[in-house]
Design a binder for this molecule. Structure first.
Ligand code: NAP
Ligand code: MG
Length: 412
């Protein structure tokens, strides 16, 4: 890196990186991050896709599909937050239709699992004192209660669970409950191949991050359904990961979900916690808030075929954007967007075997964290920061400028 600077040249990112632009306040910050923190130092070949809502509407959402295929082609993508339109957005942007969630479309094409990790700064203490290392969460994103069928039982009658084989053989039928009075019924499902691809993604990501993998279900109560999750994880571990985990000195640990929750509260972090769909939904929000701010949570989609897409876990920060449009200054936090870029650059550098790219990404992360640790921060962080006379709330652009200045010093 030093050499590149001395020669007045930039660090070369060898392979193409796929860039997915987005909407509202995150689009505004995205541009600043590129211009002030990345372009001065990096020579990148970016395959750019504008996933801003207007462009998605213009292209009948083809651009989202093209972007996902570009990630398949090049291996690594970095994505800004995007609007998932609803009725209000349709009116606001004069849309042809309510286009689906870009993240949903991309996930369906790459078949991935989403992992979330908090960014830790020394002066932003987690609500749980002993969580000194990040707890990463991997959430299974298929089935269970999110693809259920439910019945409001009006009165006495028999609730049954039936499976009718496609080959015409005898149906399997179980009585769920003999109702004597009104009540409720629910049917859920999952698929072996989806659970297996979730397991593969978790084993891959934990090894990649060099942290132990925890998985938990309630298989003492759910002796067929949850037990199948446990069994698939165990089989996958024995078949493809046992030796690699031994070599790396990390473990795969299975326990009951209530035991896992109790242990997490006492742990120091530094683990990947694989969660079933509902557990991941609830627990990732708990972790996000316990670690300080939504704007300090990063997210990466890891496909079983080895494609990676990095983004911030938060949305487009709509309310801040409306203020920005009125010409008011906002104190929006770009940290998770910056870390989406550094995550993608580190992965690109690792795959390309270009350590100076990895080193630059690491330096940018340090410069960003040290800026906060020096007391310069956005409003969301000031509310939860350890009290200090140094602490000062700054506007979005001032914060990015402060990071840029610190980065320049660190590199120069
Ligand atoms: P949001 O953008 O995550 O913002 C919710 C609130 O969290 C904000 O109003 C703000 O609180 C705080 N916040 C989030 N990010 C922040 C940041 N970087 N800096 C400072 N504060 C931050 O969620 P939303 O307002 O519910 O959704 C807005 C749009 O984002 C929606 O159209 C939705 O479809 C989209 N969305 C996209 C993604 C994605 O692309 N991955 C994910 C979620 C939502 P205060 O207002 O209190 O300051
Ligand atoms: Mg949730």
């Amino acid at each position: 890196m030093k050499k590149a600077q001395e020669h007045g040249s930039k660090i070369k990112v060898k392979s193409t990186l796929v860039e997915l632009d987005g909407d509202e306040m995150t689009r505004v910050m995205w541009k600043m991050v590129k211009e002030k923190l990345l372009f001065p130092y990096l020579d990148m070949n970016l395959d750019y896709y504008d996933l801003g809502l207007q462009k998605r509407d213009e292209t009948d959402d083809k651009i989202t599909v093209d972007a996902a295929n570009a990630i398949k082609k090049h291996g690594v993508g970095v994505k800004c937050a995007t609007i998932t339109p609803n009725k209000d957005r349709m009116k606001e942007y004069h849309l042809k239709k309510e286009w689906p969630s870009p993240n949903g479309t991309i996930r369906a094409i790459l078949d991935g699992t989403v992992f979330r990790s908090p960014i830790l700064a020394k002066n932003i203490p987690p609500s749980v004192r002993n969580w000194v290392k990040p707890i990463h969460i991997g959430r299974h994103a298929y089935g269970d209660v999110y693809k259920n069928q439910e019945i409001r039982v009006p009165g006495p009658g028999k609730g049954e669970l039936t499976f009718t084989p496609a080959d015409g053989s005898q149906p399997i039928k179980l009585t769920i409950h003999d109702f004597k009075a009104p009540g409720i019924l629910q049917g859920i499902h999952n698929k072996d191949n989806s659970i297996n691809s979730f397991a593969k993604a978790c084993f891959t990501y934990a090894l990649d991050q060099h942290v132990p993998l925890w998985f938990a279900t309630k298989d003492t109560i759910s002796k067929t359904y949850d037990a199948r999750f446990r069994q698939i994880f165990q089989e996958e571990f024995e078949k493809n990961w046992k030796q690699k985990y031994e070599d790396a000195g990390i473990e795969y640990f299975y326990t009951l979900i209530d035991d896992a929750v109790a242990r997490i509260m006492k742990s120091e972090g530094g683990i990947l916690w694989a969660c079933k769909n509902y557990d991941g939904d609830v627990l990732s929000d708990m972790l996000g808030s316990a670690y300080g701010s939504l704007a300090m949570m990063t997210s990466v989609l890891v496909s079983p075929d080895g494609y990676f897409e990095y983004e911030a876990a938060h949305g487009t920060v709509q309310k801040h954007y409306y203020k920005y449009l009125k010409g008011e200054k906002t104190s929006s936090n770009p940290m998770a967007l910056i870390f989406a870029w550094t995550g993608a650059l580190k992965k690109r550098g690792e795959l390309d075997n270009t350590p100076d790219v990895v080193k630059f990404a690491h330096t940018l992360e340090q410069a960003s964290l040290e800026t906060i640790e020096n007391g310069i921060m956005t409003g969301d962080l000031l509310r939860v920061a350890a009290p200090s006379k140094k602490n000062k709330q700054v506007y979005t652009e001032e914060f990015i400028d402060a990071i840029a200045e610190h980065l320049k010093k660190k590199i120069g």
